[in-house]
Design a protein around this ligand. Structure first.
Ligand SMILES: NC(=O)c1ccc[n+]([C@@H]2O[C@H](COP(=O)([O-])OP(=O)(O)OC[C@H]3O[C@@H](n4cnc5c(N)ncnc54)[C@H](OP(=O)(O)O)[C@@H]3O)[C@@H](O)[C@H]2O)c1
Length: 269
């Protein structure tokens, strides 16, 4: 029987590439997004159904899951991909920006898990793939809020993996380094405050480093491959790094003070 994957944030980037890859591998795809009306090109793909889902609206999650079950009859894997990066000095971020970052990257992902876990538990199988980031392992300067949200995804997933294993549910963490998507343009949110300029020089250096990295990076297809492996390799492996440039291993290999001195040179040079 053909299997079914349910993906959030499938309008662009990693989510879109994942939808295309699973469809090419003969899976049925529930490609969910905030504005399906804008994804004309995806409408024509056979066995791929576009659905509206905003991770900050629980009702839209419930109705997309119900529509998937009604249309395809089952769900085998969920890819929690929707997310964006709020960057800039913490001091410059408004309370509303901080909350929205967590509402999307953390509480939105949890809300999808809340709906799908009972379904997977009853059917005694299922894979939940949470798209984290290298920023969930190593916090870059001026990424305090994005990193906090992805560190939260890491802790949540690591714990959940133990909890759900007896029910045949596997949790997977995807940890990409820089990937060329709308993450560095349309989706990037910068925290700025009119009268706060003391951070400008260092922040501009970080921004240049990040945007250059994003521009030169591979596209979302490489992450889609990792997600495919995570869903289908049958293993209990939790973490899948993608284009991490060896940074997590480097961090583990040396005393923290040495790593931090090196990181300052790399990120703020
Ligand atoms: N690109 C990178 O370098 C990189 C590295 C590590 C991790 N990641 C992670 O990869 C994931 C995908 O990002 P991407 O690189 O593919 O960037 P992207 O092209 O900007 O895609 C982000 C997706 O998330 C969706 N989204 C944002 N808020 C949402 C909400 N409230 N409800 C539903 N969908 C929402 C966007 O929808 P709209 O089209 O409606 O805006 C878009 O489909 C994110 O979780 C990101 O943190 C990216």
């Amino acid at each position: 029987m053909e299997k079914v994957v349910f993906i959030t944030g499938a309008s662009t980037g990693i989510g879109k590439e994942t939808a295309k890859l699973f469809q090419a591998k003969n899976w049925k795809v529930a490609a969910t997004m905030r504005s399906p009306e804008k994804a004309e090109d995806m409408k024509k793909i056979v066995d791929l159904r576009l659905m509206r889902l905003d991770v900050t609206e629980p009702e839209s999650i419930r109705s997309a899951i119900a529509e998937t079950l009604e249309h395809f009859g089952r769900i085998d894997a969920v890819v929690n991909n929707a997310g964006y990066g709020l960057i800039g000095p913490f001091e410059a971020a408004s309370e509303e920006q901080v909350r929205r970052q967590f509402e999307t990257n953390v509480f939105g992902l949890m809300a999808v898990c809340r709906e799908v876990i009972p379904i997977f538990r009853k059917q005694k199988r299922g894979v939940i793939v949470n798209v984290s980031s290298i920023s969930g392992l190593t916090a870059l300067p001026f990424s305090s809020l994005y990193a906090a949200s992805k560190f939260a995804v890491e802790g949540f997933s690591e714990s959940l993996a133990y909890e759900l294993e007896p029910f045949g549910i596997r949790i997977k963490l995807i940890e990409p380094g820089p990937i060329k998507t709308d993450f560095y343009s349309r989706s990037e949110e910068i925290a700025r405050s009119e009268n706060l300029h003391v951070y400008d020089e260092r922040f501009e250096k970080l921004l240049e480093f990040m945007n250059k990295g994003g521009e030169a990076a591979p596209d979302g297809g490489i992450v889609a491959e990792a997600i495919w492996n995570a869903v289908t390799d049958g293993s209990k492996k939790l973490r899948y790094g993608v284009n991490t440039k060896g940074l997590p291993a480097l961090k583990r290999s040396m005393p923290e003070s040495v790593f931090r001195a090196l990181a300052k040179k790399i990120f703020l040079k």
